[in-house]
Design a protein around this ligand. Structure first.
Ligand SMILES: Nc1ncnc2c1ncn2[C@@H]1O[C@H](COP(=O)(O)OP(=O)(O)OP(=O)(O)O)[C@@H](O)[C@H]1O
Ligand SMILES: [Mg+2]
Ligand SMILES: [Zn+2]
Length: 413
């Protein structure tokens, strides 16, 4: 941490100029990006005032993420969720925005660091308002499944944005990761891809400029490619450009694309103009061998892995269980809870009984505990009857529970 450069928050991005140089003594706060138009001219590109969709194509290590960060940092807010497995997004913690970063973590993971955290199930759209960078990375989840589950929860929250004042930049460092995460809640790949397309298409209406990187051009749905406002083309190696971009060879030598330096990119605007560009390396970007957790002194403790339920069998996840418990605790009848959750009253009854039995026996419901449910120690009793905490009960809570049930403390179906 001590090696981090002391920097102030950056000035608002400049506009109306083709040179995005931010004048600072010594090192520039934001990396410079410059474009030279070789066909037509698109002044909108450098304004960064629109919720545009940027798509990056290039081989591994061709500088896609570095370019995405260079664009992202010109918007008022950065949401970096679909990162690679190496916790690359944590590099924002040593960027000019390091004093305003929020970590989104899995519900059963404790992250100890100097930065604020919010667990996925507590996250509200309003939390995004308060920070310059909101990020999540693989290390903050207890496994791939947990991470994908969390990503879907976050997308649901982001979809709640119906009007906006400021643009929030969504970074999708690998398109395939988004599609995999949607596969967890979609019956098949076609629907997962359609979901991805939906997000890309709707993002602009919700005020989210979006940057998506992909290694494989053909892995991206043709429709998704078609709605990009800007394509960044980086080094493509011996496979060359995909057929539909062959027209670029009339402007740029094929061998230039094959071995392009990471700081160079070709830019295609959906309106027709073409440019060649170069950008400075974002000085905070993660280098291949760096261990970001160690460098930033971030400690992680993972609890038990939550039960995410099996969609095909319609089993109840721990998250639905805590919702059920919460609804019953608030005084809803079992029938009402069943209607709200689209479950049978018998299922609701079983869950409440199991919850109570475990609280009575051990003082804590394990389902609730796995996802940090606030009623993990609470015995649930019928509406009107007073609710009691297991920790405040007599030495033999089991006996007390039986009493409650004997007096039909539990709501009946
Ligand atoms: N503007 C630049 N100037 C100089 N070097 C750069 C620049 N951008 C990237 N690089 C070099 O390229 C390396 C890879 O960059 P980056 O992580 O952005 O690639 P990537 O295409 O996202 O890779 P991956 O496919 O593995 O995600 C960097 O570590 C850096 O060494
Ligand atoms: Mg990358
Ligand atoms: Zn419970």
């Amino acid at each position: 941490m001590s090696q981090q450069p002391q920097v102030l928050l950056p000035p608002p991005p400049p506009n109306e100029t083709n040179d995005l140089h931010v004048k600072q003594p010594g090192r520039r706060l934001l990396p410079n990006i410059k474009v030279f138009w070789i066909r037509g001219y698109d002044p909108r590109f450098i304004q960064f005032k629109k919720a545009a969709l940027y798509m990056g194509l290039g081989q591994k290590e061709s500088g896609k993420s570095a370019l995405l960060e260079t664009v992202a940092c010109r918007y008022p807010k950065i949401i970096d969720l679909w990162a690679s497995r190496d916790n690359e997004g944590l590099a924002w913690c040593r960027s000019p925005f390091k004093n305003s970063v929020l970590f989104i973590t899995g519900d059963n993971v404790d992250v100890k660091s100097q930065w604020d955290t919010k667990s996925v199930s507590e996250l509200k759209l309003s939390d995004f308002e308060k920070y310059r960078v909101i990020l999540s990375c693989s290390a903050f989840h207890s496994g791939v499944e947990a991470e994908f589950h969390a990503m879907n929860q976050i997308v649901l929250e982001l979809y709640r944005r119906t009007h906006y004042e400021h643009l929030w930049f969504l970074m999708i460092r690998e398109a395939a990761n988004f599609i995999y995460s949607r596969l967890k809640i979609s019956p098949n790949q076609t629907i997962a891809k359609a979901d991805f397309l939906y997000l890309l298409r709707e993002a602009r209406h919700m005020g989210y400029p979006t940057g998506v990187d992909t290694l494989r051009w053909t892995g991206m749905d043709a429709d998704a490619r078609g709605i990009a406002d800007y394509l960044f083309i980086k080094r493509v190696g011996i496979t060359g450009l995909p057929k539909e971009l062959h027209f670029l060879y009339a402007y740029i030598n094929p061998s230039s694309f094959m071995g392009m330096n990471p700081r160079i990119f070709a830019l295609v605007s959906s309106r027709g103009p073409l440019a060649l560009g170069h950008f400075e390396y974002p000085w905070w970007h993660k280098e291949e061998k760096e261990d970001m957790l160690k460098l930033l002194d971030i400690k992680i403790e993972a609890g038990d892995v939550p039960d995410y339920g099996v969609q095909a069998r319609n089993t109840m996840s721990d998250f639905e269980h805590i919702r059920l418990v919460g609804l019953y605790f608030e005084g809803n009848s079992m029938k009402k809870v069943a209607i709200i959750l689209s479950r049978s009253p018998a299922t609701v009854n079983t869950h409440i009984k199991e919850h109570n039995a475990e609280v009575a026996k051990t003082g804590c419901c394990s389902k609730c505990k796995r996802v940090r449910g606030m009623h993990q120690n609470t015995l649930l009793v019928k509406r009107g009857a007073s609710l009691q905490r297991a920790d405040k009960m007599s030495p033999s809570p089991g006996a007390e529970l039986q009493d409650l049930e004997g007096k039909s403390g539990l709501d009946t179906l």
